[in-house]
Ligand binder design. Structure first.
Ligand code: UTP
Length: 406
């Protein structure tokens, strides 16, 4: 793309401010800016004035297989799950494309050190969790790792330097998700530097479409992979390809399943598995109507109690039918560093928007979803913040509680 083409494109979208500093740039910087502009996805800006929460359908509470029910059926579920793993029908997908801005590290979130007396990164701890399953199953499953342009190189290099944590490297596959521009409240796309458009990962909702665009469809088919277990990078107690979870899902006949925990308070910042217009649906904590979030049953338990922990199992067959359907775009109001009047501003308060599609919205499209309750102390230790709730500190406590040497 040359300058004139960029000018035309930006004028058509009312985004000429991206060329404000063009005259000051070196040739290399100009090329960098023009290449960013050529790849821009302007369509996300159309979502700026839509309030997604207003489009929620009629909500009702969803049921889950309780911890007790899982325990009663553990042996049967586990047998089915192990059989599926040994037949190569299940693979895992690590969602590691996020920026982890709340942790405040420029490294991939998975490289964050959660050790105390030794170095133990989130990636390593999750690979240790996987090893427990592969040892039990006696085989390794395929593991897809979703990154973004902002952390892809560092993530691949880290796995390679650590010899893939003893995993069969031919079974680990990296692929990139897309980026979306960020913008001011007024809808003007930010510059991150005078020569660089401000972009952020476009949410974890595109995990399957990016996997297919990354060219992995034929591998799924040739390897006979029928189920994909997606999981977040930031839960250090994550049970990946858990045979009991797989077995329960396969026996249920549902097209997908979600691990859930009972919420500890109405305010807990987790998405809630509900029914929306009778269909399984996950409502993010910031989109859940307050009066429903605090509603309680006669026994005192929260009516909408099942919080999701970003660990889902999806049927590939159903994914193939629905993955091209449009997902809602969620707006996140964040503190976004940007260029203002020629200088770089690092705001401490939210100032603009990031655009994301979310994996939770895929659940609704799948049509049926089994919720499987797990013991939160054993399976849910999210590392979102440096201190306080869902932090490095709380995750360390939970790891120690589960016997992990830190
Ligand atoms: P979060 O929603 O917690 O976002 O991601 P984040 O980017 O990690 O952290 P903050 O909000 O900037 O502090 C939940 C999971 O989804 C992945 C993350 O890597 C994490 O595993 N994710 C998120 C993606 O893979 N891509 C995205 O675009 C966003």
């Amino acid at each position: 793309m040359n300058y004139t083409q960029a000018e035309e494109l930006l004028a058509a979208h009312g985004q000429m401010q991206l060329l404000d500093y063009y005259d000051e740039l070196t040739d290399e910087q100009r090329a960098c800016l023009l290449s960013d502009i050529a790849k821009l996805d302007f369509s996300v800006l159309e979502n700026l004035h839509s309030d997604y929460s207003k489009t929620l359908g009629k909500l009702s509470p969803a049921d889950a297989l309780s911890v007790d029910e899982v325990e009663r059926n553990r042996a049967g579920f586990e047998e089915v799950g192990l059989e599926a793993l040994r037949a190569g029908k299940v693979a895992a997908v690590l969602l590691a494309g996020g920026q982890g801005t709340r942790l405040g590290s420029s490294l991939p979130k998975g490289m964050f050190n959660i050790g105390v007396t030794r170095r133990l990164t989130i990636f390593e701890q999750q690979m240790n969790n996987i090893k427990e399953v592969t040892d039990r199953a006696g085989c390794m499953f395929h593991l897809f790792v979703m990154t973004s342009d902002l952390n892809d190189k560092a993530t691949r290099a880290y796995f390679a330097e650590n010899n893939y944590f003893g995993y069969d490297s031919s079974k680990i596959h990296f692929y990139e998700q897309k980026l979306a521009p960020t913008c001011s409240k007024e809808g003007k796309i930010y510059l991150d530097e005078k020569y660089k458009v401000s972009q952020s990962p476009n949410g974890n909702g595109g995990w399957y479409s990016s996997l297919i665009e990354g060219g992995y469809g034929p591998l799924l088919e040739s390897e006979g992979i029928e189920w994909l277990n997606i999981y977040a990078v930031d839960n250090v107690l994550q049970r990946i390809c858990d045979p009991v979870f797989i077995g329960a899902t396969l026996k249920s006949g549902c097209a997908c399943s979600s691990k859930v925990v009972s919420k500890i308070s109405p305010e807990e910042r987790v998405g809630v598995l509900c029914k929306e217009d009778g269909k399984p649906s996950i409502v993010e904590y910031y989109e859940m109507p307050k009066e429903l979030a605090s509603l309680r049953d006669a026994d005192g338990r929260l009516t909408y109690r099942y919080g999701v922990i970003l660990n889902y199992l999806f049927s590939v067959k159903t994914l193939n039918k629905i993955y091209k359907d449009k997902l809602p775009c969620h707006l996140a109001f964040k503190a976004i560093p940007h260029i203002e009047k020629g200088v770089k501003v690092i705001p401490t308060e939210p100032c603009g928007y990031k655009f994301e599609t979310l994996a939770v919205d895929i659940v609704r499209l799948m049509g049926s979803c089994l919720a499987v309750e797990v013991v939160r102390e054993n399976e849910f230790a999210p590392v979102k913040n440096k201190t306080g709730v869902d932090s490095v500190e709380s995750a360390r406590e939970l790891l120690a509680f589960n016997g992990v040497k830190l």
